[in-house]
Design a protein around this ligand. Structure first.
Ligand code: HEC
Ligand code: HEC
Ligand code: HEC
Ligand code: HEC
Ligand code: HEC
Ligand code: HEC
Length: 477
């Protein structure tokens, strides 16, 4: 974990010469190469090249490394990753399906799980700024909490969190925060990821949800698997710390098993985990466990009955019986809404409830605005979306939706203004430039339309269609 993130240039030796991956589907070449001590990547097509230096590497490289590109004050994923188990560079996970170029923003979650102390910009929902880390790799404070008081009190033990002295749920949640991504994670109202401190209930900051199991698979994350073990269920003490000590390089797992199963004939035979915690053969960058943490009697043992069988979205880190805040539930179903109509319907019902109880919340207002826009109720959409802006929504979709609603209501000037504000707030959002250019054309402000497209092509050269369009328009003049 201490090598979870590093400067990209440290990985120059992984490269012998220039290396190109061709994508048949996208009709693109992706190249990784060294240039003046820097690691760089390039995307190229028949008539463009776009290259950027890599700033940081994510991962210690056990399975692989992904890279971060910094453009202005924003962080993006790089198109190629290094897959250590097969010793090869290839498209990053997800890039085989769509041409993201260098415009796929690094989700706040990646940084939060893979780095020491990220520095989100206040009020921007986890967006990162120029110096995004005060500590690059995972460090002491990720598990022990802030150390300032501990140092001021000359090392007083009471002034720092020792995970070993916490109740097991609280200790496990330190690990769970990074080792159990779930299907969706929703920040509790008003929280950012950095608000979580070891020793707190994780649920006070973030609620983690899983979809019900669709089929019996052991492709699970560590925390969930451990919870399905008889060892965990039937003992009152098993936690991640029973077997793992982040401070020991070598762990005798047999001794850990035997600490509870003392009646087992130990002897010199193969390790307990060989049979009871089998490993999977993983060649990709997977976010599920390599070592099966469901400790089973026999490898083909069926999974225990699902938790919360009636629920369509399972809140896996709940504490006690308290119901989740309405806003958290609404966002969770909102995240799942494209999956199946039932999630969408539930989201709509929760949004209705929120429109009564949380009428001033920017997220609620933005969602109401989007719903009205989709139903062609433009005046209503404008009212909600403008209110969302006033209440502090900085999401690029709020600008996009408001620009659209104003335009559909015939208010083209205002629409152009809003889109320009959106570009200032989220300068790497392609759709805002395209909408703005269209608005300028509708307003017959052709010079500004051309300037907007020029800027767009500069930022997103992989867009063949717009690039050719611009060349034609410029050529015609
Ligand atoms: C801030 C996020 C974070 C926290 C907190 C965290 N981990 Fe990790 N852990 C990671 C990441 C990321 C990796 C993978 C590092 C890599 O190889 O790039 C990892 C790797 C590991 C590994 C593999 C071997 C190793 O040491 O690299 C073990 C075992 C592990 N973690 C156990 C734990 C346990 C137990 C806890 C709780 C005490 C914990 N982790 C807390 C993020 C975290
Ligand atoms: C919920 C926390 C979490 C999030 C979010 C997350 N990761 Fe991970 N990632 C991990 C952990 C933990 C591991 C270690 C795998 C394991 O042993 O479970 C890992 C493994 C990796 C590895 C392989 C590292 C190695 O040393 O082999 C890469 C690369 C990686 N993640 C990149 C990313 C990227 C890019 C994102 C964002 C798109 C991301 N991760 C999001 C927790 C997370
Ligand atoms: C991945 C989580 C994790 C990280 C990162 C981590 N620790 Fe720990 N630390 C633990 C756990 C769990 C224990 C208690 C059990 C053990 O020793 O493994 C512990 C125990 C300790 C203890 C013994 C405390 C006592 O009262 O006995 C000290 C001292 C300590 N850690 C210092 C550090 C320092 C310094 C760093 C940074 C270089 C650090 N730890 C990073 C998880 C972590
Ligand atoms: C904290 C104590 C504890 C530790 C550590 C522990 N176990 Fe267990 N284990 C239990 C308890 C309690 C049961 C349930 C016994 C029962 O049902 O009577 C159990 C059950 C089992 C079972 C039967 C599972 C089933 O589905 O019937 C196996 C196999 C097992 N343990 C193997 C292991 C192995 C291998 C390790 C080490 C990797 C280990 N245990 C570590 C406490 C522990
Ligand atoms: C009963 C013992 C046991 C418990 C409890 C346990 N682990 Fe593990 N864990 C192992 C073993 C054994 C390995 C494989 C170690 C190896 O191959 O070197 C492992 C490996 C890992 C790895 C490395 C990646 C992988 O899948 O091989 C991570 C990460 C990890 N454990 C996280 C956790 C977390 C988080 C928890 C708590 C939710 C936890 N473990 C609880 C025994 C345990
Ligand atoms: C060669 C594979 C293998 C190894 C190594 C192994 N086990 Fe087992 N173990 C099994 C099998 C198979 C069963 C199930 C026997 C049955 O159900 O008839 C089992 C059963 C168990 C049970 C359940 C016993 C019961 O009465 O319910 C426990 C606990 C257990 N093993 C723990 C361990 C521990 C601890 C170690 C290491 C010291 C270990 N095993 C090593 C294959 C193995």
């Amino acid at each position: 974990m201490g090598r979870s993130m590093s400067p990209a240039s440290e990985h120059l030796p992984k490269l012998t010469g220039e290396l190109t991956v061709h994508s048949e589907k996208l009709q693109r070449d992706f190249t990784v190469f060294a240039d003046k001590g820097q690691l760089k990547q390039r995307e190229s097509g028949p008539s463009f090249r776009n290259e950027h230096p890599l700033a940081w590497a994510i991962g210690s490289g056990g399975n692989g490394l992904s890279f971060i590109v910094q453009r202005g004050e924003h962080l993006f994923q790089a198109p190629l990753s290094f897959y250590s188990r097969v010793g090869r560079w290839d498209l990053s996970p997800g890039y085989e399906f769509a041409d993201y170029g260098f415009n796929r923003t690094i989700a706040a979650g990646c940084i939060n799980c893979h780095s020491g102390r990220p520095q989100p910009v206040p009020g921007t929902n986890g967006q990162y700024q120029k110096q995004p880390f005060t500590e690059l790799a995972i460090g002491c404070e990720n598990c022990h909490g802030p150390g300032r008081k501990h140092i001021a009190l000359r090392g007083a033990k009471t002034a720092i969190v020792n995970p070993a002295r916490l109740p097991r749920e609280r200790a496990d949640e330190i690990c769970m925060n990074c080792h159990q991504a779930g299907d969706t994670r929703i920040l509790q109202p008003g929280k950012i990821e950095a608000d979580y401190r070891p020793g707190m209930a994780l649920n006070d900051v973030v609620a983690i949800f899983k979809l019900p199991r669709s089929k019996d698979t052991d492709l699970l994350e560590h925390h969930e698997s451990m919870h399905m073990s008889k060892c965990y269920e039937k003992s009152t003490t098993m936690s991640c710390l029973t077997c793992h000590s982040p401070h020991s390089a070598k762990i005798d797992y047999n001794a850990k098993c035997l600490s509870c199963h003392s009646d087992h004939p130990a002897g010199g035979g193969p390790d307990c985990v060989n049979c009871h915690m089998p490993k999977r053969d993983v060649k990709v960058i997977a976010h599920s466990a390599l070592t099966n943490h469901r400790i089973v009697r026999k490898p083909d043992q069926p999974l225990p009955p699902a938790r919360d069988p009636g629920s369509d979205l399972i809140h896996i880190n709940r504490t006690g019986k308290a119901e989740l805040p309405l806003l958290t539930r609404m966002q969770a179903y909102g995240q799942m809404a494209d999956r199946e109509p039932t999630y969408y319907e539930k989201f709509q019902a929760l949004l209705d409830e929120a429109s009564q109880k949380e009428a001033q919340n920017p997220l609620v207002l933005a969602s109401l605005g989007r719903r009205a826009l989709r139903a062609n109720r433009f005046a209503e959409a404008i009212t909600h979306l403008q209110a969302a802006r006033e209440k502090g929504s900085v999401s690029s979709t709020t600008f996009e939706d408001l620009g659209e609603a104003l335009s559909r209501a015939g208010r083209l000037e205002e629409s152009a203004q809003v889109l320009q504000q959106g570009i200032q707030a989220a300068p790497y959002t392609a759709v805002l430039y395209k909408s703005l250019a269209l608005r300028f054309i509708q307003l017959k402000r052709f010079e500004e339309a051309k300037q907007t497209l020029t800027k767009y092509v500069d930022l997103f050269p992989e867009d063949d269609f717009i690039r050719k369009l611009l060349a034609q328009v410029s050529g015609a003049r």
